[in-house]
Design a protein around this ligand. Structure first.
Ligand code: 6PG
Length: 495
């Protein structure tokens, strides 16, 4: 037994992770069900470091030094389940199985509990950064026991991205915490992508900019608080010309967004936790609408909106609109991240994970898809005020940041962005160029800002048809019901 750890599943992500580990001086056992993949890895990259190739699972496990560490990188769902079963049967108490796929955290919790009963550590680990990240330095979000992190953490930290000398990897929390945080990362990824796409659409169909001009606008935003990997790749995609037709690449791609399901999970989970994540939900719905080919064709054919039209702005108006879109994008982005962090804080409290929100922002600063300058500000905002779970500690109560929107750096940014943001959403509605995530992010902020919400009316309606009761502003603990059917409509107190 000589290998420091093993990687099971040598698709591009698994192979790149194994290569990254080997390049950092770790001895890596590698195994794949189809032997040809293992052979190909050895042939092409065998000289990059110390690989221990195995042709059957028993050899793979036998080649790992104890306590063993085996990282699984296969498709989430049935494939992952099957591998965990087989591997765990060959492992001994104290050994560590790591699932590095995009697994739903509830599955991770279930598996962790089952393996814990057999004395094994099960680590659900989020890995972000795509294929290149896996090879050159991803952001890594491992859950599981602190004991497993002692064995695993130093290796992971050595291969992760680094920002300001700090690794983009930390122990997130117990059982499913790592996969949960990766889930929310992906939800934020969906929202961020949708917001950027809406900005592009408004610049094109309201301001009348050409695609290369829009690419230049995005390039110029690199020098601002919007600086991020997603803005960079947007510039690249918009700058590309299709070699076949000579048209902008973005015009020859079918406008139906795909998805593998993590946006749906983030939204579903938020609904279950009772957390509002409208930007993430809107982004996920927008992908669904884009792919609803039959409905889109039918509604387009019915020509329902003769009153709306594309418009072009010129000169100063155009410059002002570009700046307004920039501000709307920044405001919406703040709202979307606030929602994601709220989802993490809520789950952390519910499952007792004690997640350090500032640390999550810190490990997202490099390696991952949502890496951005902006995450430095989020890290600082949480580090200076304490994270959600610390709020249970009375000393920290005042310091607890109940919403990212209230961090001074973001509160002042929002105050500045709101007028332009409102204009952009209004223009979107008036021209019929849709910007659903801009609009719902604005509504999210406005709801949180409001003195009074129409929820009071909802309570009245619920009490009317279902005796669901309400609280009074002058007696918030009291439970009240009005006898709506009785002619005198007397109010009763039920507690
Ligand atoms: C990452 C990404 C990655 C995800 C893809 C595809 O962090 O590296 O989030 O894990 O699988 O982005 O997601 P969709 O196919 O759902 O867009």
């Amino acid at each position: 037994a000589s290998a420091d750890l093993g990687v099971f599943g040598l698709g591009v992500m698994g192979a790149n992770l194994a290569r990254n580990l080997a390049r950092h001086g770790h001895s890596v056992a590698v195994f794949n069900r189809t032997l040809a993949r293992t052979e190909r890895l050895m042939e092409r990259y065998g000289s990059e470091g110390d690989f221990v190739p195995a042709s059957d699972l028993k050899d793979f496990v036998a080649s790992l030094r104890t306590p063993r560490v085996a990282i699984i990188m296969v498709q989430a769902g049935a494939a992952t389940e099957a591998v965990i079963e087989e591997l765990s049967a060959l492992m001994e108490p104290g050994d560590i199985i790591v699932d590095a796929g995009n697994t739903l955290y509830t599955d991770t919790r279930r598996r962790e509990e089952a393996l814990r009963e057999r004395g094994l550590h099960f680590v659900g680990m989020g890995v972000s950064g795509g294929e290149e990240g896996a090879l050159l330095g991803p952001s890594i979000m491992p859950g599981g026991t602190a004991e497993s992190y002692n064995r695993l953490g130093p290796m992971l930290e050595s291969i992760s991205a680094h920002v300001d000398g700090e690794p983009c990897c930390t122990h997130v929390g117990p059982d499913g915490a790592g996969h949960f945080v990766k889930l929310v990362h992906n939800g934020i990824e969906y929202a961020d992508m949708q917001l950027i796409a809406e900005a592009y659409s408004l610049l094109r169909y309201v301001a009348g900019l050409s695609v290369p001009e829009i690419a230049e606008v995005f390039r110029s935003w690199k020098d601002s608080e919007l600086d991020s990997y997603l803005i960079d790749i947007t510039t690249e995609v918009l700058s590309r010309t299709d070699p076949v037709t000579g048209r902008p690449f973005v015009d020859v791609v079918v406008d139906a967004a795909g998805q593998k399901g993590t946006g749906v999970w983030t939204t579903q989970t938020a609904l279950e936790l009772g957390v509002a994540v409208p930007a993430i939900a809107e982004a996920t719905f927008a992908r669904a609408v884009s792919s609803a080919a039959a409905a889109r064709a039918a509604v387009r054919a019915a020509d329902l909106a003769p009153g709306t039209s594309e418009s072009t702005l010129s000169g100063q108006d155009r410059e002002a609109f570009i700046d307004a879109v920039k501000q709307a994008l920044y405001g919406s982005k703040i709202a979307a991240y606030a929602q994601g962090f709220d989802e993490i804080a809520t789950a952390s409290a519910q499952f007792g994970w004690n997640i350090d929100l500032g640390a999550m922002a810190r490990i997202w600063r490099g390696g991952c898809i949502i890496r951005a300058r902006f995450l430095d500000d989020i890290t600082r905002a949480y580090n200076s005020t304490g994270s959600a779970d610390n709020a249970s500690n009375a000393d920290n109560e005042d310091a607890h940041l109940a919403s990212l929107l209230t961090a001074p750096v973001f509160a002042s940014a929002l105050v500045q962005a709101l007028p332009a943001w409102r204009q952009v959403v209004a223009i979107s509605a008036l021209t019929g160029v849709p910007a659903p995530a801009f609009a719902s992010s604005l509504a999210y902020v406005d709801q949180l800002r409001a003195d009074r919400l129409p929820a009071a009316l909802i309570q009245g309606q619920r009490d009317f048809f279902g005796s669901h009761t309400y609280h009074r502003v002058d007696d918030p603990e009291g439970i009240y019901h009005t006898l709506w059917a009785a002619p005198e409509r007397t109010e009763e107190k039920w507690n």
